[in-house]
Design a protein around this ligand. Structure first.
Ligand SMILES: [Zn+2]
Length: 104
């Protein structure tokens, strides 16, 4: 049969990539349709990791979800529940609190 020849991934990419998904940084997922054709699905990009405002270290205990998913997650699972949680790392928070107590 003439229509059953398999296409290469490059060919599918060339056919399937249209204007707003032309970016090379988008992650692709090849999906087989019930009709036997291969289509491209695009994965959503994740936001960057949260960083400490003082030292720039990556913050632990913070989520990395799409903003639309973040809306429905409870606040206490988005950042650690302590002073400056989700803003400063634990070391910088400790320093800041100690510094504040000493200057009084
Ligand atoms: Zn820090």
């Amino acid at each position: 049969m003439p229509g059953t020849k398999r296409k290469t991934k490059e060919k599918i990419q060339k056919e399937g990539r249209y204007a707003r998904f032309k970016s090379r940084s988008k992650k692709l997922k090849y999906i087989k349709t019930p009709g036997g054709r291969t289509k491209i699905h695009y994965k959503k990009k994740k936001p960057s990791k949260a960083k400490c405002a003082e030292c720039g270290k990556q913050l632990a205990g913070t989520l990395r979800k799409h903003p639309s998913k973040m809306k429905n997650t409870p606040k206490n699972s988005k950042r650690p529940e302590r002073p400056y949680g989700g803003y400063l790392c634990s070391g910088c928070m400790r320093k800041k609190i100690v510094k504040g107590a000493r200057t009084k």
